[in-house]
Design a protein around this ligand. Structure first.
Ligand code: MGP
Length: 349
């Protein structure tokens, strides 16, 4: 499957599985922004959608309106959405987990393809960026509020009608999607058309909850309540970019994939890889790199001190590429690319 080829039928499956209202066709050209030259009727429609979402969360205009615990995020609002002042909206989780716009654009460039699924779209920062590089964007979230905010923000950026917003739990969706695929594969009535429907998603972008803003200081013993009782102790000094990273002075415990929600981050990855090889996984800057390597090679035990690692050569030459996402002098997060998203590994796409 090549990039920007094999236009898919994902929307049909999504419609069947979740009874979502998907009436729009994917436009081939970007639309004008809400504040721009949209025809009269479209402007009215846009304004109505915007005013609906304004009832969901406040649009803070000055720091004095913002709760103390959100102040540090508010001060970065234009990094999150350069069009914030035009009315972008974020709920609490959105404030602390939205991907800054320039980072989202960088990731979107790397993920350029026909059909991308943004599995935890939140308030839409990544989905908006994907709309500029991907033919079709499926933005999924299990929160009706966040999905409405994502649509609202995408409307401000003029790309809402290039995104399908799907209210669904990604884990449930993925399992249902895969069992649908398995059933189709088992059927004797497979033809070229149904075959095309079975592999419609080119790329899945995973930006799941990391367990709240406290992710950065979480200690290993805090993992007791996760779904990984066998989590082994890792050396916090050796295997993550996060230890000692950031502004140059900070030091944090390593982040384990066991802290990812709603399921263990390794399980989330394996589930997703059954949908597509091409996965971009947005993770904390202090993530343990051995755990990332182990995603494509569970038996990998060698420590890694740089930003890439490979599966053992005897099994496969697959690489995972770890991209550091910096803003100024601050390391914000890591994006781990798998499959055909890895530079020099396009043949796996
Ligand atoms: P941060 O470290 O909490 O913020 O998140 P910041 O402003 O760097 O705080 P500081 O105190 O270290 O200066 C850094 C980035 O990680 C955010 O901008 C988000 O893009 C992303 N991020 C943070 N959280 C808590 C999550 C999360 O739960 N899920 C996802 N997908 N991204 C998150």
């Amino acid at each position: 499957m090549g990039k920007r080829k094999n236009y898919s039928c994902l929307s049909h499956f999504v419609k069947q599985a979740f009874s979502e209202d998907h009436k729009k066709e994917t436009p081939r050209e970007p639309k004008s922004r809400a504040s721009g030259s949209i025809a009269g009727g479209a402007i009215l429609d846009t304004q109505k959608k915007l005013s609906d979402a304004f009832a969901l969360v406040p649009h803070y205009k000055s720091a004095s309106e913002v709760p103390t615990h959100l102040q540090k995020y508010f001060s970065q609002r234009h990094r999150y959405f350069s069009l914030y002042d035009q009315g972008c909206l974020l709920d609490e989780e959105g404030w602390y987990s939205v991907t800054p716009e320039r980072i989202a654009s960088q990731i979107a460039e790397r993920c350029r393809c026909d059909v991308i699924l943004d599995a935890f779209c939140g308030v839409g920062g990544n989905a908006i960026a994907f709309a500029n590089t991907c033919h079709r964007v499926i933005a999924m979230d299990n929160s009706p509020t966040r999905l409405a905010l994502a649509r609202h923000n995408a409307t401000i950026y003029g790309v809402a009608d290039r995104i399908e917003f799907v209210l669904a739990d990604y884990i449930t969706f993925a399992r249902s999607y895969l069992s649908h695929q398995d059933a189709a594969a088992a059927s004797h009535s497979i033809n070229a058309s149904t075959d095309a429907k079975r592999r419609p998603i080119d790329v899945v972008f995973l930006s799941p909850p990391w367990g709240g803003p406290e992710y950065i200081s979480r200690q290993l013993h805090d993992a007791d309540d996760t779904n990984n009782p066998d989590l082994s102790v890792v050396d916090a000094a050796s295997n993550s970019l996060g230890s000692g990273y950031g502004n140059g002075t900070e030091s944090h415990p390593e982040f384990s994939l066991a802290y990812i929600q709603p399921i263990h981050g390794a399980e989330l990855f394996q589930l997703t890889r059954r949908i597509t090889n091409n996965v971009a996984y947005f993770l904390p800057r202090n993530t343990n790199l051995e755990e990332i390597s182990a995603l494509i090679n569970p038996s990998m035990t060698t420590s890694s001190s740089n930003t890439s690692a490979s599966a053992p050569v005897e099994d496969s030459a697959e690489m995972v590429e770890v991209e550091e996402e910096w803003m100024g002098t601050k390391l914000k997060a890591l994006t781990c690319y798998f499959g055909g998203l890895v530079a020099s590994q396009e043949h796996l796409f």
